[in-house]
Design a binder for this molecule. Structure first.
Ligand code: FES
Length: 583
């Protein structure tokens, strides 16, 4: 690899050719401010916050897109540089709704942080602003044009990472806007509600549609039994909202906090994830042995479901008919739990805490209701749960460690790893291998399906006579590649495919804690959070295979009968159908 040598603030450095000034500066601990830059995703040099001086050159240059060249001398802290950055920031602020004290992103806003860091305490430019629309028609996402700073990070993520491309730039100069196509609402375009635009927005221009008040109202209603279920990935990110290092599992403190918020029962979606494995694994075995439609594709991710329903309806028969763990847990709470505890399901409110914004939409889908009753009533994100804990003035870091409530709070390590890409696949293979070999197999860490790569393939010898071919992918653009392969007939010998709408799976879901772009330059949040789940799987949970869970054994003995049986099909399975493709 060719290298180049240059100087930065008087310090000589040698870096690979093609390295930008921003990347090179970081290697020698020189921090250059950024705003529109999103590593590997949005490198467009739009905001001009990263301007630096090149000795002898007339114009300042954007460090995020300027590659270092042999012999240049870069200066990152001259009067010219400081003045240019400050004026650029003042101009951005002049067109930004600065109601910071009531903004959901206050104290986690990259623009606010920059204003503080660069010493901007007033904005000399005042006048007309270019956007005022607040679009809250979507079930999941609210878009506030008055806060948009035109960094286009959402455009790049939606288009290049997720392959959804419903956001784009319109207009020129002062009339520039980032909007859904044709100026429509997000609800009226092909948005899959993944929320990746939210977690990559530097300011409060995009946020989830809040369901917090609905939860407070339910808790305050004495006629309602309010039950909460929490998804595996939530425990891997919630701690970040309270200052814990990324990747710290906070399962036990979370259970304690939920109890103090006033929920009548604190259960875990991991219970439903274990049941999912029983149902999905049985479905896969049935398809393999009876010549059913293969490859079978997972159906846990509502973003992915929206993607296939609108873009590839001809492949819907490949989907597992299993509902997602959120819905399975809810369906069993509204049926078995309600019956055994003498509760009318109409008096029960099931609240889910999810790493996902699309779950707010999923729970409303008619196809998922059982006899007209929704499995889950309200879904809140990891961020919304953190806000509730803060509003209730619960001192999260002082909470004792508590466990989930019995039976529906039980889950295995296999369920916990559902939150990471490859986790559903690994959980399924653990159970399939045991059942087919009729023994308790000890080597169950299927490393070949772990890790953050966008697409992973593996062949696992589940029995001496059966080699199962697997594929795992996450993120819309990787899903698109897989679907193109499927369409071309290249996956005809694959048995099972796990697809998750968000890159890295649920740990990096659109409802998780928001990490500044600067931090994402140094850490891979997908890998860090996944670690929390794998640690829980290996060290914390008592059982590591879904079929060994006493709660799972009990629900089949007491209520469901057998996986894929009549009752399961009524409660836990669904159908999917083609949805109109909105541009
Ligand atoms: Fe470099 Fe925006 S122009 S961060």
């Amino acid at each position: 690899m060719k290298e180049v040598t240059f100087k930065i603030n008087g310090q000589e450095m040698t870096v690979p050719e093609g390295t930008t000034i921003l990347e090179a500066a970081r290697q020698c601990n020189i921090d250059i401010p950024t705003l529109c830059y999103l590593k590997d995703v949005n490198e467009i040099g739009a905001c001009r916050m990263c301007l630096v001086e090149i000795a002898g050159a007339r114009a300042l240059q954007a460090a995020c897109v300027y590659p270092v060249a042999n012999g240049i001398e870069v200066l990152t802290n001259t009067p010219n540089v400081r003045e240019a950055r400050r004026v650029n920031l003042e101009l951005i602020l002049s067109n930004h709704n600065r109601e910071c004290t009531t903004c959901i992103r206050s104290e986690n806003c990259e623009l606010q942080t920059l204003a503080t860091d660069l010493g901007v305490s007033e904005v000399p430019f005042e006048g007309e602003v270019s956007g005022t629309l607040v679009d809250d028609k979507s079930d999941s996402i609210v878009r506030d044009e008055s806060k948009c700073i035109l960094c286009k990070r959402c455009v790049a993520v939606c288009g290049d990472v997720q392959n959804v491309a419903v956001l784009g730039s319109v207009g020129r100069g002062f009339t520039s806007q980032v909007q859904p196509v044709f100026g429509r609402s997000l609800a009226d375009v092909g948005c899959i509600r993944c929320g990746q635009c939210i977690v990559n927005c530097p300011v409060g221009a995009l946020k989830e549609k809040s369901s917090i008040q609905e939860v407070w109202d339910a808790i305050a209603d004495p006629t309602k039994t309010v039950i909460v279920e929490t998804a595996p990935a939530v425990r891997a990110s919630l701690g970040e909202e309270f200052g814990y290092p990324m990747g710290t599992p906070v399962t036990d403190q979370m259970a304690a906090a939920l109890r103090r918020l006033g929920f009548d029962k604190v259960f875990d979606t991991g219970f439903g994830a274990d049941v999912t494995i029983m149902e999905e694994g049985t479905e896969l075995l049935g398809r393999v042995t009876n010549g059913g439609v293969l490859p079978m594709i997972t159906s846990c991710s509502p973003g992915w479901i929206s993607y296939i329903e609108t873009n590839y309806p001809e492949f819907l028969p490949h989907l597992s008919t299993c509902k997602s763990p959120q819905q399975i847990t809810g369906a069993l709470l509204k049926s078995h739990y309600a019956e055994t505890n003498g509760i009318d399901p109409k008096d029960m409110v099931v609240v889910s805490v999810m790493p996902c914004t699309a779950k707010k939409y999923e729970l409303k889908r008619e196809e998922l209701k059982v006899d007209g009753i929704p499995d889950v009533d309200i879904s809140i994100t990891t961020r919304e749960l953190a806000r509730m804990i803060k509003e209730a003035r619960i001192m999260f870091d002082q909470l004792p460690k508590e466990e989930f409530d019995d039976y529906y709070g039980e889950y295995t390590g296999a369920a916990v790893i559902f939150g990471a890409t490859g986790g559903v696949m690994e959980a399924a293979v653990r159970t399939l291998a045991d059942i087919l070999n009729k023994k308790d197999i000890q080597a169950i860490d299927y490393e070949m399906v772990r890790g953050v790569q966008g697409i992973k393939t593996a062949t696992v010898d589940v029995t001496p006579d059966l080699a199962v071919k697997l594929l795992v992918a996450s993120g819309g653009s990787n899903i698109e590649k897989v679907m193109q392969q499927l369409k071309a007939g290249e996956l005809a010998d694959t048995h099972f495919i796990e697809l998750m709408g968000c890159p890295g799976g649920c740990v990096n879901g659109g409802g998780q804690s928001i990490v500044p772009a600067k931090d994402k330059m140094d850490i891979d949040i997908r890998a860090e959070r996944a670690k929390a789940l794998y640690v829980s799987d290996a060290k914390i949970t008592k059982y590591r295979k879904s079929h060994q869970s006493p709660a799972v054994i009990r629900i089949y003995d007491e209520y469901l009968g057998e996986p894929n049986g009549h009752k399961s099909h009524h409660l836990l399975h669904t159908t999917y159908s083609q949805k109109p493709k909105l541009v």
